[in-house]
Design a protein around this ligand. Structure first.
Ligand SMILES: [Zn+2]
Ligand SMILES: [Zn+2]
Length: 304
């Protein structure tokens, strides 16, 4: 299974001449998933050659403009350019109301169906399950209701040890039994334990998108040992008080969460416009978690 994450926007509330508000595209096999859609997202998709017609699902974390203001424009462009496929949007219920109001005032009728799925913010909840992966929403501690999103690959059954199993000339049902963990029972009554004929399943790939939030150690059990963590880092740590009053985090705090959750890799983003040079923030995160990187716009992280 392939996992690729392309960053389209890494700025917090205010854009800069070179940076855009939050948006990223996660590609899992052939599914393109847009996560947040700040202003200018469709321009960024053009710039970095992400076809909007391929987007199958959209996840919007919360109702602050830097996370959704690009959506009305993107939906209109999809329609004008002939999209007919349904689009599923997972978002706060207010967003459906707002988009419908805007489109009714502008007399916009989309040529495709949008299916809205209302997020809940009281507890983690599995909100999507495809054949290949699941998505769980996770409440974050922000000024208004806000959700993170956890993407987990689904791994089916144990792996067959071909060298040991194939000489037994098994039929399909017997292979299936092995994949499900059952022992092999031969016609002669002899039993071969499952562990001799199979290997442990491959570890499932996991990605956590944690945007606007206070420093929150309650997140740790939900993202423990994830392969990839995107965590907001709006400020450097000399502004930790400001981070607290605005319900955001510092780069050092993002590094701390990554370190305590023992994740494989950290990507920091959602930077305040006051930072021209992002190296300062990266160094701070790396001090506590060396496997840190910047959510550089246009960069694709190929994880598998
Ligand atoms: Zn934000
Ligand atoms: Zn926010």
């Amino acid at each position: 299974m392939s996992f690729e994450l392309t960053i389209l926007g890494n700025s917090s509330s205010t854009p800069t001449s070179r940076r855009h508000p939050s948006a990223q595209v996660l590609k899992i096999n052939n599914d393109f998933i847009l996560i947040d859609c700040g202003e200018g997202t469709q321009n960024q998709m053009l710039r970095y050659k992400v076809s909007h017609n391929k987007i199958r699902y959209i996840f919007i974390s919360h109702m602050h403009g830097d996370h959704f203001l690009g959506l009305p424009g993107l939906l209109c462009t999809m329609s004008v350019q002939g999209r007919i496929d349904d689009l599923d949007i997972y978002c706060p219920e207010e967003l459906e109301f707002l988009i419908n109001l805007q489109f009714s005032l502008s007399d916009v009728q989309l040529k495709f169906k949008v299916v809205y799925h209302k997020l809940q913010f009281d507890a983690p909840k599995e909100i999507l399950a495809t054949r290949d992966y699941t998505v769980t929403s996770l409440p974050l501690k922000h000024r208004i209701n806000c959700a993170g999103f956890l993407f987990s690959e689904r791994v089916y059954g144990r792996k067959i040890n071909k060298q040991e199993a194939d000489p037994l000339n098994l039929n399909q049902a017997e292979y299936e039994n092995l994949r499900n963990g059952g022992d092999y029972k031969g016609k002669d009554g002899k039993t071969i334990p499952n562990a001799k004929l199979t290997f442990d399943p491959r570890k499932s790939f996991k990605y956590a998108y944690i945007t606007d939030t206070l420093y929150d150690e309650e997140l740790l059990p939900h993202i423990e040992r994830f392969d990839l963590l995107y965590h907001e880092a709006t400020f450097a740590h000399d502004m930790v008080d400001r981070a607290k009053t605005t319900f955001h985090c510092t780069a050092l705090q993002a590094g701390k969460i990554a370190s305590r959750a023992k994740v494989g890799k950290l990507i920091i983003g959602h930077f305040s416009a006051r930072y021209q040079n992002l190296e300062e923030l990266l160094e701070e995160a790396k001090d506590v978690f060396p496997r840190s990187d910047i959510a550089e716009e246009g960069k694709t992280f190929k994880m598998r």
